[in-house]
Design a protein around this ligand. Structure first.
Ligand code: NAP
Length: 463
């Protein structure tokens, strides 16, 4: 029997290291701190600023979604919570060092990379991932210096999820519509000079299969200087799609169709920009001499049972001249040094949040939650139930004696090696000073905050 009766007591608190400070990391923290045990949570974040995609992914013009930060800040105020900002696990501190000093290490580090199209020209200059653009306009330090050529008239967004809609909307909005949001200053300045007049959002399947949700889609019809364009022919549905829509549980698709029909029926408003929402087209090649010039699209038809329809090329192709392209076809997790990785799904292999090796054997004391556990799907709140489930598995493992429950040192053993490696660790109160400075910088320009977009700026403010 490995278990030790008093883990989770005052003498032997349950020590958990959480990697990543986005929604799933904070919801796991909350679930742990609410448990009946005495728990100490240390959260590691590679950036100086916490909150993951809520800060760096949620669109600046969706402030309501960012209110989750208030909840996370409350969780962080718990006396048994500790924040290690500006610390990269796997570089500044090894996973093995964490395993030695915590009962459990829980990875909630999201999906930081993108799925690839895998077509010729994928990487031609002018062709970008949506992640880069989203990071850039949100002031993520990794993407701060990316360049997007906004001097051409036509931009293409591949994919029809909510990220694609975010990208279309940010490209479609005027500077006036964005200037009172927390959009990064560099992005606002560049977008204000944008020459983009046409945005094409391309779906490989039909309108009934689009992944965006109706609230987000509707917003594309409410922009000051950009109107949505939908070809009514594209809204004629085959029998299988009609069956899909006849199912009342398919509420999002039903609502999406209503909105798309409204868009298609609208008389032209002659706004300065147009956003074309197109269906049944797959990119097959990105062409250009030294940079992106045009996109070759295969026309598709749908095949398969209702609910499982896939796109099949018809053999017909069309060309689309464009100067800017964003691939918005889904995020993907990144492997961590020393941990197994499911290359096919882009996640950590796991059973109910318990990380396993490639053969499916559970690795004691290692857990995961959120997008690195289940893949990039769902809304912010989806991660709450997901993190709670992982914490439940962790607590059950303690109960069942499946975790090494010897006394662990936790943070006390982690600060010295970080100091020896000259890592400038940021605590949560230091982040709150940065937060206050950002809010103060935003005030004179009517923004909720003016973000610092470089780690060095944030550290300079503190030092
Ligand atoms: P997503 O919802 O999974 O959408 C991915 C899109 O890419 C789908 O239209 C998919 O089409 C398409 N796609 C995939 N592979 C493709 C290929 N090879 N060629 C052409 N198209 C391809 O992903 P996401 O937009 O990145 O969003 C991730 C999650 O974050 C979602 O759950 C989303 O709802 C959420 N999110 C929410 C908000 C919000 O609430 N406002 C904002 C942003 C993101 P198929 O359907 O045919 O696979």
């Amino acid at each position: 029997m490995k278990g030790k009766a008093n883990v989770g007591s005052g003498d032997n608190p349950l020590r958990v290291a959480i990697i990543g400070s986005g929604p799933s990391g904070f919801y796991a923290t909350e679930a742990l701190l609410k448990s009946a045990l005495e728990v100490r949570v240390d959260m590691f974040e590679r950036l100086p600023a916490p909150f993951g995609l809520v800060r760096n992914g949620v669109a600046p013009d969706h402030p309501k979604l960012k209110e989750a930060i208030l909840v996370y800040t409350k969780i962080a105020a718990h006396p048994r919570f500790n924040f290690f900002g500006n610390v990269t696990v796997g570089r500044d501190i090894a996973i093995d060092e964490l395993r030695a000093n915590y009962h459990a290490v829980l990875f909630a580090c999201g999906a930081e990379s993108d799925r690839r199209l895998g077509i010729p020209g994928d990487d031609l200059p002018g062709s970008h991932t949506a992640t880069e653009f989203v990071g850039w306009y949100n002031g993520h330090p990794d993407y701060r210096d990316r360049e997007f050529d906004l001097s051409s008239e036509v931009a293409v967004v591949i994919g029809q999820g909510n990220v694609a809609v975010d990208v279309c909307r940010i490209l479609g909005k005027t500077a006036d519509e964005l200037k009172h949001t927390d959009i990064a200053r560099h992005a606002l300045e560049r977008l204000a000079e944008s020459s983009i007049r046409e945005i094409h959002m391309l779906g490989r399947r039909g309108p009934a299969q689009a992944k965006f949700t109706h609230v987000e889609l509707r917003e594309l019809g409410e922009l000051a200087e950009c109107e949505p364009m939908v070809n009514p022919q594209d809204l004629k549905l085959g029998a299988a799609s009609q069956t899909e829509l006849a199912d009342k549980r398919n509420r999002t698709a039903i609502k999406n169709m209503e909105i798309l029909r409204d868009f298609a029926a609208r008389p032209r408003a002659n706004k300065r920009k147009r956003c074309f929402i197109r269906f049944l087209e797959s990119p097959v090649e990105i062409r250009g001499k030294s940079r992106l010039e045009r996109l070759i699209l295969a026309k598709n038809r749908l095949e398969g049972e209702p609910g499982r329809q896939v796109a099949r090329e018809t053999g017909e192709t069309v060309e689309l001249n464009c100067g800017l392209l964003f691939r918005s076809i889904g995020y993907r997790g990144v492997p961590l040094p020393g941990l197994p990785f499911d290359e096919r799904r882009g996640v950590l292999p796991n059973i109910d949040g318990r990380i396993t090796d490639e053969k499916g054997t559970v690795l004691s004391g290692l857990y995961c939650a959120g997008w690195i556990k289940r893949g990039p799907s769902g809304i912010i709140g989806t991660n709450r139930a997901d993190s709670v489930a992982t914490v439940k598995a962790l607590l059950a493992d303690i109960d069942g004696g499946r975790i090494d429950t010897a006394i662990k040192q936790g943070a006390q053993a982690i600060y010295p090696p970080l100091a020896a490696r000259n890592v400038r660790v940021l605590g949560f109160p230091e982040w709150q000073r940065i937060d206050a400075a950002e809010i103060a910088r935003g005030k004179p320009v009517g923004k909720p905050r003016e973000k610092f977009t470089r780690a060095s700026e944030m550290l300079a403010l503190l030092d």
